[in-house]
Every structure is written in structure tokens, then in C-alpha cells.
Design a protein around this ligand. Structure first.
Ligand code: ZN
Length: 668
């Protein structure tokens, strides 16, 4: 519909009535700051709010992406709709009469508006009809199911508008068309009746089903879910897509959960209507349900509008079906999660079942999975004797907070039922690890998970961890293995490896190698001189700042032979609360590390070789880059020099590779 056809009076009145705060706050959590409001910008990704709303100016402006305008512009940008559509929508919401410049067009507009309005109206009426039927003798079975099987209170049944669709093929049809004189066409557009295939006439879509109304974000009924009370298939039947109901843009119970989500700063997504209803009934009101489909980007954005931390928790059943459903639900959001734009957590725990029963069987594989996340386990253990629905809001919150992050969950799924001592299982697991690790964008996160996976693969044998880290690193960043440079360098230019690509993963290698060296230094006085000399000889420094810090403390104490090095350094470190967290594990030896210590010389060699390798690798790339930037025709000498330099580095790297391999095979 052309914009110019809308009467200027209508546009002006909408402008006056549509308050910027009202409009924006439906989509963005706004906090008062001074006389304005601030929130997280819906137009770009940010962690600290730079999106400002001024009620006095009736404007919004983002300092991050420079988006700005009035309420109409906001809706146009956000909903990707046209000016006239936004004005019409606002006109309806604020009950502004719509005028156009031509009479026929006014009629057309009114007709379009009234279709949506009539749909809302008839759906609201149908909800009442179903609610009423639930309290009649015919609805007894459905009501019993809610009260006994689902243990829901009258209040909850009322709150969610639950009802019953009577048996019979035309009950609703007769009530609405014959009694209430609604046109059959409207009911068909609302997804409530369907035309018979032959013989004319219509039949009800929902028959003898427990009815769950689905509301839009403003609490208006837009569709229904119907659960069978017998053996009919499907078990759950949803309204078809209509003018109002779009499955991919709707989340069940979001209208009731939006306040809770913003208060808890976390959204919980469950699988079924009744999972969501049960949790709301138990006072956990930040819960929505997917409508049985994979979560779409639009659904995720819809729900994340209400959280600042962008934390999303998927809580599905722990059985095989639940795990599959979790994987299916993750669908389109996997990319966002790998990029760190959604903080995804996974909790596979039965809802409405006995948590005690679930946890009692400690030998079960599910329990083993739980075991791998300590904090989660302790929270689960604490509540193991109680049904999950009986927990208080705070207890539930603790349980939800202890849910493992999505990456941890994936790792758990991979190692579940696998025996890493078996070669085939081991191969499978490490290949799947590599697949995941490759996708992690943030380099710190990636480093963390590389060492985490390496630890799992080395089955607690510290001496193997270093080898595993390297194996993983070579597999996830192909640039660490390079081809022998071609001697015909003058004419051939090989593809350049970016210097930044490998440095991101070197961190995890250094974390292990340097840590090992410091640990040996602290605990084994007889090797101190050897370590010290080896570092000097090869001109090596500790690269990671927390290791440099610890080395500094060691050097300062070492001057005085009277001191016990370990305890003195430990005492000194206590004065640096920030650094000590990163090095405190080096002050202790567990049983495993103690046995590893029997092969110390090899460990030292491997660690030193790793440190030198990282340093040489940097130099190799540096010289190689210089060589590639030099024109061999005009600067032949320079090119020759750089070539020699990077070639020498490469030879040394190969030597170090051999040293490390040798030391490590000695260890095994
Ligand atoms: Zn912005």
C-alpha cells in the first residue's frame, strides 16, 4: 500500500500517541539513567548498553552503531516492515482511526485491519469455549489428567487458559457458525476448521483433545496446541500457520516469561508445553517452550531481547530422545554459540519426574555424564532427594546456573560410553574433539578447550597431556605443519600463511610446557640447575605472563640458599591474589604427577623443546614473510638473506620436532 495514500492526520496522530518508551521497551530491556533510558542495542551486538531512549525528545539513538530515529523508524528497522505497515499497526494498537486520501482505500485498509482483529477476537472466544468445556462432564477426563497426572492447580489451569476441545466433528463449527454467526471462512483462516474433502461443509481441526492456547508476546491468543487424551496420532497437534500464527517466530509462554527472563538475566527453553507450565507453576518463571521445532534465529533473538548476558539454557530430558531433541533444537544457533554471541548451557534432566530416581542409579551412564562437571554435580546431589518441581526458586536457580556450558556438554556426549583405552574409540573421540575445537572462534576459549580435551585424551597422565595438546593443535590449525619451501624461490611464490593463525593455539602448548617446567623447578631441587642452564643456553623466556610472574618470584628468592624455595615462593605469591589463581596448581603434586616425576629429564627436554619450538616458529614466519615481501629482482641480496634465515629456522624446527617426539616416546 503506497505511503502517500495514508492521510497525514493519521500519521501525525500515530506519531503523537506512540510513545517511544512503550514501543522500544517491548523489545529492549531499558534501565533509567538520568532522565533517559539505556539498554542493549537491538541493531548490533554489544555487551554494554550504548542504546539510549529519550522520552522528552521521543527519539532513540545508539552510540555504538549510530542507529537512531523515532518510534516508527524503530519498528520499521526492527521488524523490517514498511512505513505504512508500521503506522497501521500502531494505529490499531493505539486505536487511532485510519484515514486515507481516497475513500476506497480506507475501506480496503479497514478490511485488512479488521481481518487480523477478527482473528484475535474469534481465537479469544474459542479459548473461552474450550475452557468452559473443560468444566463440563465431557471434559472430566481432560481435567483429571491435568489435576492428577500433571499435578496442576486450578490456578495454573486458569493462568494458562487450559481447556478441552469436545469430541465430535462439528462441535466448534456449529457453536461459532450456527450460533454466533461467524463466517466459516474466518474460522478456516484461524486454523480452527477445515473444508471436507468431499460433500462440502467443514470439520473441526481439534477433537477430543486437551487444549493449550498459544499467546503472542502481548498475551493475545494466536493459536492452539492440542494434546490427545487417547491413542490418536499425533500426540500433539498444533494450529496450522495462519495470518497470526508463525511457528518459527513464536515461543510458548514468552508472554508470561519475559519479566522473569529479564529479572533472572537468563532464558530457559524446554521442550514441551507441560514442561514450561510445570516450571512456571513451581515458581520458575523464566521458561519458554519451543514448539517442537529447531530453534530459529528469530526465536532466539526474540527471547534474548530480555537478557543482558544473552544466556540461554536448554533443559531437555536426559534420555536419548531428549539428547536428540537438544541437538535438533540447537539448530541455527550453533554458529552464534561458537562465536560466543549466545551463552548456551545444556541441562539434560527430566522435568516433572523424580530427580531422586534419576540420580540414585549411580552406575548409569547419565550419572557418569553428570559427574564430569563438579559444580553441577554438587548442586544436583544437594537436591537429589527432592522432586525438581518441589524446589524453591533459589534452589532451581542454583541448579540452572550449574548446568554445563554447551561445549562441555558436547564433550560429555562424545566421550559417553567410550573407552579411551581402545584404539578405535580413542580415534573417534579425538577426531570429534578436533571438529568442535576448529569451530571455536574466541582464542582464549579455544585454548582452554584444547588443554581440556588433551587432559581427557591423556586419561589423567600428565606426561601425555603435552603430546595430546600438540596433536590437537596440529590438527585444528593446518598452518602449523608447513611444506618444505621450494628452492626455486625466486620464481615461485607459495601461498602465504598468516602469522596470526597459529599464535592463537600456541598458548595452550606453552601453558602445559612452561607449567611443567616451573612445577619441576619448584618440587625437584636436584634439577633446578639443569633447567636454569637449559633456559639460558637456548635463550628462552617464559612467554605467558602468569608464568613470568612466578619465575620472577623464584629468581628473587633463589638468591638466598637458606630458604625453602617452594614455601617461600608460595608465601610471596599470596600477596598477589590475581596471579596466584593462575599458578597455584603448580604448587601441588598429585599422585599422578608424582609418578610422572620419575622421568624428569625427558619431561624437561620435551618442555624446553616445546618452548623453543614456539619461539622458532615465530621467527620462521617472520623471516618468511619478509622474504615474501622482498622483490627478488631488485633486492636479490636481501631476498637471499631472508630465505637463508627462514630456511635455517625451519631446519631447527624439524630438529626440535624430532627432539620432542623422541622425548615423548621415551616417556610412554
Ligand atoms: Zn547499536
Amino acid at each position: 500500500m503506497p505511503t502517500q495514500r495514508l492521510h497525514p492526520d493519521t500519521i501525525e496522530e500515530v506519531r503523537q500517541r506512540a510513545d517511544i518508551y512503550d514501543v522500544v521497551s517491548e523489545y529492549v530491556v531499558l534501565r533509567k539513567r538520568g532522565k533517559d533510558f539505556v539498554g542493549l542495542c537491538p541493531f548490533h551486538n554489544e555487551k554494554t548498553p550504548s542504546f539510549t531512549v529519550s522520552q522528552t525528545k521521543q527519539m532513540y539513538y545508539c552510540f555504538g552503531c549510530q542507529a537512531g530515529g523515532n518510534a516508527i523508524k524503530f519498528l520499521m528497522e526492527l521488524e523490517k516492515t514498511s512505513f505504512s505497515e508500521v503506522v497501521l499497526d500502531l494505529a490499531r494498537r493505539y486505536q487511532v482511526p485510519v484515514k486515507t486520501l481516497e475513500f476506497e482505500q480506507t475501506q480496503e485498509l479497514q478490511r485488512q485491519l479488521s481481518l487480523r482483529e477478527q482473528l484475535y477476537e474469534v481465537l479469544a472466544l474459542v479459548r473461552q469455549f474450550y475452557q468452559h468445556a473443560l468444566k463440563q462432564p465431557q471434559g472430566e477426563k481432560a481435567l483429571n489428567y491435568l489435576l492428577s497426572d500433571r499435578q496442576l492447580s486450578e490456578f495454573t489451569i486458569q493462568q494458562f487458559g487450559l481447556g478441552y476441545a469436545p469430541a465430535g466433528w462439528e462441535t466448534l463449527y456449529r457453536y461459532l457458525v450456527d450460533n454466533k454467526r461467524y463466517p466459516a471462512q474466518l474460522l478456516e483462516q484461524a486454523g480452527l476448521i477445515k473444508p471436507r474433502k468431499s460433500g462440502g461443509g467443514y470439520y473441526d481441526v481439534f477433537r477430543d483433545r486437551l487444549m493449550i492456547p498459544i499467546h503472542d508476546i502481548m498475551g493475545r491468543v494466536i493459536g492452539f496446541g492440542g494434546r490427545t487424551l487417547g491413542d490418536d496420532q499425533p500426540k500433539y497437534l498444533n494450529s496450522p500457520e495462519t495470518e497470526l500464527f508463525n511457528k518459527g517466530k513464536t515461543l510458548f509462554a514468552l508472554d508470561k516469561a519475559k519479566t522473569g527472563i529479564s529479572q533472572m538475566d537468563q532464558a530457559v527453553v524446554v521442550e514441551g508445553y507441560f514442561d514450561a507450565i510445570a516450571l512456571h507453576a513451581a515458581g520458575i518463571n523464566n521458561v519458554v517452550a519451543s514448539l517442537g521445532t529447531a530453534l530459529s534465529l528469530e526465536q532466539i533473538k526474540l527471547v534474548l531481547r530480555y537478557t543482558e548476558s544473552k544466556e540461554l539454557l536448554l533443559n531437555f530430558d536426559a534420555d536419548k530422545a531428549g539428547v536428540n531433541a537438544t541437538e535438533k533444537a540447537i539448530g541455527e544457533i550453533a554458529d552464534l554459540a561458537y562465536k560466543g554471541e549466545v551463552q548456551l548451557r545444556i541441562l539434560n534432566l527430566p522435568i516433572g519426574k523424580d530427580a531422586d530416581e534419576f540420580l540414585k542409579n549411580e552406575g548409569s551412564s547419565e550419572y557418569q555424564i553428570l559427574k564430569s562437571t563438579n559444580s553441577r554435580l554438587s548442586a544436583l546431589k544437594k537436591y537429589r532427594h527432592r522432586n525438581i518441581n518441589a524446589l524453591s526458586a533459589n534452589e532451581r536457580k542454583e541448579l540452572l546456573e550449574s548446568a554445563p556450558r554447551w561445549l562441555d556438554w558436547q564433550i560429555q556426549q562424545i566421550i559417553k560410553d567410550k573407552d579411551l583405552k581402545q584404539a578405535t574409540d580413542f580415534q573417534q573421540v579425538s577426531q570429534q574433539f578436533v571438529k568442535i575445537l576448529k569451530k571455536i572462534v574466541n582464542k582464549d576459549t579455544r585454548n582452554y578447550y584444547v588443554s581440556h580435551c588433551a587432559e581427557i585424551l591423556s586419561l589423567g597422565e600428565t606426561k601425555l597431556t603435552l603430546l595430546r595438546v600438540e596433536n590437537l593443535l596440529t590438527q585444528i590449525s593446518p598452518t602449523t605443519s608447513y611444506n618444505k619451501p621450494t628452492p626455486a624461490y625466486v620464481n615461485k611464490r607459495q601461498s602465504v600463511t598468516s602469522p596470526q593463525q597459529t599464535t592463537s593455539s600456541e598458548g595452550s602448548l606453552l601453558e602445559v610446557a612452561e607449567g611443567l617446567l616451573l612445577q619441576i623447578y619448584l618440587h625437584c631441587p636436584e634439577y633446578r640447575e639443569f633447567i636454569f642452564d637449559s633456559l639460558e643456553e637456548r635463550d628462552l623466556q617464559f612467554s605467558l605472563s602468569h608464568h613470568r610472574f612466578l619465575w620472577q618470584q623464584i629468581l628473587e628468592v633463589s638468591d638466598n640458599p637458606e630458604y625453602d624455595l617452594l614455601s617461600t615462593v608460595q608465601d610471596r605469591c599470596l600477596e598477589f591474589p590475581e596471579e596466584i589463581g593462575l599458578v597455584s596448581h603448580l604448587f601441588h603434586l598429585n599422585e599422578k604427577t608424582q609418578t610422572d616425576m620419575l622421568r624428569i629429564p625427558q619431561l624437561i627436554q620435551a618442555a624446553i623443546a616445546s618452548m623453543e619450538w614456539v619461539m622458532r616458529e615465530k621467527r620462521y614466519r617472520h623471516f618468511r614473510e619478509l622474504w615474501e615481501q622482498t622483490d627478488p629482482q631488485t633486492e636479490a641480496k636481501q631476498a637471499e638473506y631472508y630465505y637463508q634465515a627462514f630456511y635455517n629456522e625451519k631446519l631447527r624446527l624439524q630438529e626440535l620436532e624430532r627432539q620432542r617426539q623422541f622425548s615423548i616416546t621415551e616417556l610412554i
